[in-house]
Design a protein around this ligand. Structure first.
Ligand code: HEM
Length: 424
């Protein structure tokens, strides 16, 4: 019988989602009403929001589901040390919020000392991820058969390692005596973009395929290593265009197209099996389709350079992180750990999908402000109000998840056959 060993960490990830979503909502209202006195440093609060989302929600939530489902796929128990690793990852993720709140990556006064708290917490978080990687490698070393989900997690973890180099490089450029703007931007995007598209994206695909498990047939071949290799150079597209040499841009844009097509292949295969996926995961597949479409239209000459000067980056980021990552993760966490009535589930799903869809439309409107003849203020208001149902859903799901339940053990329906999958 499967126990809910990872549920406490899933609850912490939901708390992180709630706090970070409420902070995002504060920022959204702050953009047209002004920020309150107790949150004057807009950029620092934005860092607090994004880092708690990355470290506390995305990373911790993915790790909780991965550790929960891995033993069934590998046929091995969880390795010793997992609870230490999850505890350390959770504590540092929660600490990132106050660490970034007052001054972002800049120094904060603690008594007589000026300490770069954001950098310190990021660095320590990175160490707990290295611990996670070590435990994962030990837990899956020499598996005679690597199921599709495990293969996707292998590559997700390779990309997490690459993103960790970005964190180390970023800290070095911040703490160094002669910071180079090029290196700072390269390291920042190696971390942020590979973390988001690479670690989150591939780990999430692994979770979705793990959920499908033995419920439906798995395709004979799906991209795993090829997807990770295509993904790696795409972070250059996150950098300011003036810093990226034309040859590097050509490689990055070709890699971005390949990534889009390979992700689209996964998305299409999952869509064909949508009857076995929670409604929020199905919705996430639509936003993945938008992400794939963006990868294709970025080929249009001059479009990337033009878009970089607009607010479209915020739309792009939130389509990926709110639409795709958060919808899928929330859908799987709810399906795994929450007991709620069908009606309550439908209300939560409708509120979430409605809030995300309206917010993404408003962010697209803001990004296209120079072209679409609708006032920026109206889009800002719509984006702000649409954030409230998302905060509400996060709150309800967190409260329901903390209720004590008796004997609930839903999990992906793994069967012996489901473990026997062809390598991709
Ligand atoms: C709950 C809904 C959300 C709201 C209301 C929200 C709101 C915001 C706002 C207002 C900004 C600043 C935009 C600007 O300055 O123009 C922002 C930036 C950002 N958000 Fe969110 N967000 C949400 C969800 C998420 C999620 C789920 C993630 C990641 C998992 C995320 C990651 C980011 C990142 C990486 C940035 C950019 C930070 C930077 O450039 O320093 N957000 N968000």
């Amino acid at each position: 019988m499967q126990t809910n060993t990872m549920k406490p960490y899933a609850i912490i990830s939901l708390i992180a989602l709630l706090v970070a979503a409420a902070t995002g909502s504060l920022l959204r209202f702050g953009l047209f009403l002004g920020m309150p006195d107790w949150a004057q440093n807009y950029l620092a609060v934005r860092h607090a929001h994004s880092h708690l989302m990355y470290f506390g929600w995305g990373t911790l939530g993915i790790m909780a589901l991965l550790w929960q489902w891995l033993p069934r796929l590998s046929g091995r128990p969880l390795p010793h040390g997992v609870y230490w690793q999850m505890g350390a990852t959770a504590i540092l993720a929660l600490l990132s919020f106050p660490a970034f709140w007052s001054n972002g990556y800049g120094p904060t006064r603690i008594g007589a000392l000026m300490l770069p708290l954001g950098s310190i917490v990021s660095g320590l978080s990175g160490l707990t991820w290295l611990f996670f990687i070590f435990l994962y490698v030990r837990a899956t070393w020499g598996l005679p058969i690597r199921p599709l989900a495990v293969q996707l997690w292998d590559w997700a973890i390779a990309l997490l390692l690459l993103a960790c180099f970005g964190v180390i490089g970023l800290m070095a450029t911040i703490l160094g005596e002669h910071p180079s703007f090029f290196l700072h931007q390269a390291m920042l995007h190696l971390f942020l973009d590979i973390f988001a598209v690479g670690w989150f994206g591939m780990a999430l695909l692994g979770l979705a395929w793990a959920w499908i498990g033995g419920r439906a047939s798995t395709p004979g071949w799906l991209p795993t290593g090829s997807l990770a290799l295509a993904l790696a150079p795409t972070f250059f597209l996150g950098m300011p265009p003036a810093l990226v040499p034309p040859a590097v841009y050509a490689v990055a844009v070709a890699a971005n197209l390949a990534t889009a097509l390979l992700l689209g292949w996964h998305g299409w295969m999952l869509w064909q099996r949508r009857a076995f996926l929670p409604a929020l995961v199905q919705f996430g597949l639509w936003t993945l389709a938008v992400h794939v479409l963006i990868g294709v239209i970025l080929l249009w000459p001059g479009l990337w350079q033009w878009a970089s000067a607009t607010q479209l980056r915020v739309f792009f980021l939130h389509n990926l992180l709110l639409g795709w990552l958060s919808s899928v993760l929330l859908g799987l966490i709810v399906a795994q750990w929450l007991t709620i009535t069908t009606e309550a589930r439908q209300i939560l799903v409708t509120l979430w999908i409605g809030g995300v869809a309206v917010m993404l439309i408003a962010l697209l409107g803001l990004g296209l402000a120079g072209i679409v003849p609708i006032s920026t203020l109206l889009w800002l208001r719509v984006a702000a109000w649409s954030s409230l149902p998302l905060v509400g859903v996060s709150l309800i799901v967190t409260v329901v998840a903390t209720r004590k339940e008796v004997g609930r053990t839903v999990s992906p329906s793994y069967t012996a056959e489901a473990r026997v999958e062809t390598p991709g």
